[in-house]
Design a protein around this ligand. Structure first.
Ligand code: NAP
Length: 460
C-alpha cells in the first residue's frame, strides 16, 4: 500500500510520501537505541512535564489536527474533535498518575529471609508500535503516553493511509520538549515491520490492527523472544433484555454500531435481543439507523461520513452481498449511494446464519446483525461462540442477569447499561482472537516494563 493521504470523500490522492530508504531506517534505529540509553535516566517528574506540554500544544492545535484526521480517514469532524480531546486527557492522566504507577512495591522481606525486598519497574527500551488508521491519534496515544512516561522510546509504524497524522505525532512530542529521537515515526510499508522487530535494538512491539497482522507480528515476536501486545479485531455482542429502557438501549445501539463511521474495534456489531421485546427493538432500531445523515464529514449535521478506504467499502459490501445471497434480510441500508466518496449507509441485517461470512468475521462498517433470543443464557451462548472476545454490552435492570453476564461473557471488557469505550483510567484489551495484553491504566504501562525483583540480605 502506497504511503499517501487519499480523500475518502473524493477518492483523490492529496499527498504522497516517500518510504524511508534502508539507510534512513538504519539511522532511525541507531538514534532510537541511543535515545533509549539516556532517556531511561530522566526522572518521571521530568517526563510528566513534557507530557503536560504535549497536552497543552495538542489542545491549542485541536482544530487543525481534527481537520487533518477527517481529511485522512473520513470520520466526522465532531468525532475527530472528540478523539483529540481524549488524547489531551490521556496525556494529562499519565502526567498525573505516572509517578504513582512507577513507585516500587515492597514485598514481605521477613518471609524470604531478606532485610528488604521490593519490585522496581524499569523501562525495557525501544518499543515498536504498529498502528491502525481508525483512531489515528488515540490508538497511538494509548501506547505512547504510558510508554514515554515509563521511560521507554517509541518507534511508530502507522497505517499507510494516515502519514500526516503519523508525522504530526513525532513533531508533537519533539515540540513538547521530549529529547530528540525519543519518539520517531517510520514511514515504511508493513513488509518492513519484520526487519524492525527482529532488530536487536528493538525490545518489544505492540500492534493494534487486524487478526492476520497480529498473527504475523506475534509469530515474529515469539521467534525472537520479544514481548508483544496485540489489540486485534472485535465483533462485540450487544445484548438487550426486557427490563432495559428500550429508548435508551436503541439510541445506544445506533451509536455503538455507527461510532467512527462503523469502523471501531469496539463497535457493537452483533445484537441479541430478548424475544419479548424483539419486534419493538427492531422497529425503533431500524428507524433510528435509517434516520442517520450520511455525508460530508466536515458538515455540521453529518452523523456518518465515508469509509476510510475504497477496499474497506468493497469488503463491507461483499459481506452484505454474501449474506443476502444466502438468505439474510436487509431491513434498512445495504446499497452504496451513487456518486463520489466511499460512503456506505447504516444497515440492519436479520436472518444471519453460520453459512454467512459475517456470522464469523468482523464487518468494519456500519452494518448491524440482529437476532432474537429466548434467554440471556441463549444470548451468551451465541455471543461466546464467536472467535473474538474484545468488548461486550448488556442492557438490563436485573441484578441477577448482570451477575451472570459478568461471570460468563467471554470478553476482555464487559459494559452494562453503557457503550464500550476506552478510558485511560481503566484497562482496555481482549481475549481469544481479539489478542492479548492490556493497554491503558497502570496495567498498560507495565506491559512494557521490567518488573525487577530486588532482594537485599542482611549486612555483615
Ligand atoms: P491492518 O490492516 O491490520 O493494519 C494495521 C496496521 O498493521 C497498519 O499499520 C498496517 O500497515 C500494519 N500491517 C498490516 N499487515 C501487517 C503485517 N502482515 N505485518 C505487519 N504489519 C502489518 O488493520 P486496519 O485495517 O488498519 O484496522 C482495522 C482492524 O484493526 C480491525 O480489525 C479492527 O478491529 C482492529 N482494531 C483493533 C483495536 C483494538 O484495540 N483491539 C483498535 C482499533 C482497530 P499498512 O497500513 O501499511 O498496511
Amino acid at each position: 500500500m502506497a504511503i499517501a493521504t487519499t480523500s475518502p470523500v473524493t477518492g483523490e490522492v492529496l499527498r504522497k510520501f516517500d518510504e524511508l530508504t534502508p539507510e534512513e531506517l538504519e539511522d532511525k534505529l541507531a538514534r532510537a537505541a541511543a535515545a533509549a540509553a539516556s532517556y531511561r535516566l530522566t526522572s518521571v517528574e521530568q517526563r510528566a512535564g513534557w507530557l503536560r506540554h504535549a497536552a497543552e500544544r495538542l489542545e491549542q492545535e485541536a482544530q487543525s489536527v481534527s481537520r487533518m484526521i477527517t481529511t485522512e480517514m473520513g470520520k466526522t469532524l465532531r468525532a475527530a474533535e472528540q478523539e483529540v480531546a481524549k488524547c489531551v486527557h490521556g496525556l494529562r492522566f499519565y502526567a498525573d498518575q505516572g509517578p504513582a504507577f512507577l513507585r516500587d512495591v515492597n514485598g514481605d522481606a521477613g518471609r524470604v529471609g531478606a532485610k528488604q525486598t521490593f519490585v522496581t519497574y524499569q523501562p525495557i527500551g525501544v518499543v515498536l508500535a504498529v498502528m491502525p488508521w481508525n483512531l489515528p491519534l488515540w490508538q497511538v496515544m494509548r501506547f505512547a503516553a504510558p510508554a514515554l512516561t515509563a521511560g521507554n522510546v517509541g518507534l511508530l509504524k502507522h497505517a499507510s493511509n494516515v502519514p500526516q497524522c503519523a508525522l504530526y505525532l513525532e513533531e508533537l512530542f519533539r515540540g513538547a520538549g521530549f529529547p530528540d529521537d525519543v519518539f520517531q515515526t517510520l514511514l515504511i510499508s508493513s513488509r518492513r515491520v519484520e526487519q524492525v522487530l527482529r532488530d536487536p535494538r528493538v525490545a518489544a512491539a505492540t500492534l493494534t490492527g487486524s487478526e492476520p497482522a497480529g498473527r504475523s507480528v506475534g509469530a515474529i515476536a515469539g521467534d525472537v523472544t520479544k514481548k508483544v501486545v496485540l489489540e486485534l479485531g472485535g465483533s462485540d455482542p450487544f445484548i438487550v433484555m426486557p427490563s432495559a429502557n428500550l429508548e435508551r438501549a436503541t439510541d445506544n445501539a445506533v451509536k455503538a454500531r455507527c461510532l467512527n463511521n462503523g469502523q471501531s474495534c469496539i463497535n457493537g456489531k452483533r445484537f441479541f435481543v430478548h424475544q419479548d421485546i424483539g419486534d419493538a427493538f427492531l422497529e425503533m432500531f431500524v428507524a433510528k439507523m435509517g434516520a442517520l445523515v450520511v455525508g460530508d464529514p466536515t458538515a455540521e449535521g453529518t452523523d456518518v461520513g465515508p469509509l476510510a478506504t475504497e477496499s474497506g467499502r468493497r469488503d463491507v459490501e461483499s459481506y452484505v452481498e454474501d449474506a443476502v445471497g444466502k438468505g439474510a434480510t436487509v431491513l434498512v441500508g445495504g446499497e452504496r449511494p451513487d456518486g463520489p466518496g466511499w460512503y456506505y449507509p447504516p444497515t440492519v441485517v436479520t436472518g444471519v446464519t453460520p453459512a454467512m461470512r459475517m456470522y464469523h468475521e468482523e464487518v468494519f462498517g456500519p452494518v448491524a446483525q440482529v437476532w432474537t433470543v429466548s434467554s440471556l443464557e441463549a444470548a451468551l451462548r451465541e455471543a461466546n461462540g464467536h472467535p473474538y472476545g474484545l468488548g461486550s454490552n448488556l442492557w438490563s435492570e436485573d441484578e441477577a442477569e448482570r451477575e451472570l453476564f459478568v461471570r460468563d461473557v467471554q470478553s476482555g471488557m464487559a459494559f452494562i447499561n453503557g457503550n464500550t469505550t476506552s478510558y485511560p483510567e481503566i484497562p482496555f484489551g481482549g481475549i481469544k482472537g481479539s489478542g492479548y495484553g492490556r493497554e491503558l491504566s497502570d496495567l498498560g504501562m507495565r506491559e512494557f516494563m521490567n518488573a525487577k525483583t530486588v532482594w537485599i540480605g542482611a549486612d555483615g
